[in-house]
Ligand binder design. Sequence first.
Ligand code: NAP
Length: 266
Amino acid sequence: MTRRRVLVTGASAGIGRALATVYAREGWDLILTARRQAPMDALAADLAAATGCDARVLLADLAGDGAVTDLVDRIADLGLTVDGLINNAGFSRTEGFLHTDPDAQQAMIRVMLTAPVALSRALVPGMVERGFGRVLNVASLAGRMPATGGDTLYGPIKSFLIKASQGLWLEMQGTGVHVTALCPGYTLTEFHDVNGTREEVSSAYPAWMWQTADHVARVGWQACEANRPQVTPGIMNNLMAGLAKHLPDRMALSMVGGHAKRLKRI
Ligand SMILES: NC(=O)c1ccc[n+]([C@@H]2O[C@H](COP(=O)([O-])OP(=O)(O)OC[C@H]3O[C@@H](n4cnc5c(N)ncnc54)[C@H](OP(=O)(O)O)[C@@H]3O)[C@@H](O)[C@H]2O)c1
């Protein structure tokens, strides 16, 4: 049987690393991409040894000019076919809209919004042609909430990714291409170390609210195989998103405002 190959962005850490592991265990070959080579080389070697997969590592800074075109060209030059795309790379900045460096804001938009769109536009046509494909977009519970004070652009970017996934899911009916937006809540990864808020989030939210990257990745895999347009791991996360959706806007905003204050973001 022909082996399938998945491209995983943000594969050097956290949820991306866990997703690469799930796909390898499920019999897929991999293309791992991010900016840091060493953790991806180690992951590729471990997964190749454990599962027999073929794992390639391609470095890319998705905030860079022409990064997606360059990455897609390098994949084509290697003669690799991409049957699955996991748009996972991401980060947040929590110091407030007016205090965030404009270049960092552009980088957020490029990495989490422009790159997923461009990668999907480049790779999904081939999936449709071959009658098989998987697109798993790692969004966030934040994208299902009314706003994110302090990291003002993060929520809207993730809302965009959820809505774009739903639209593509509708368009892909009957093509063999599955599309899913995965919306994790608090997940134990490097994410809150990178944005410098580990202490605040750890003291504001109890351990039981945190999920492991392995669990989140497994839920994402299952949802994409089942072709669910959207999945949010965890009962509490679904309760919070449901509450925010049904409350009047002002009350919902006040709820997330309390969250931002607890985290000292506003
Ligand atoms: N952790 C959470 O609580 C949580 C909750 C909801 C949603 N999420 C989402 O889950 C996804 C993965 O986050 P995580 O929690 O696994 O965080 P993480 O451990 O910090 O991993 C982030 C990944 O993104 C990559 N990345 C960051 N900037 C990049 C760039 N300019 N170009 C290419 N790759 C880049 C990083 O690789 P390099 O540094 O090597 O480039 C790393 O592999 C993100 O989209 C995040 O928004 C996380």
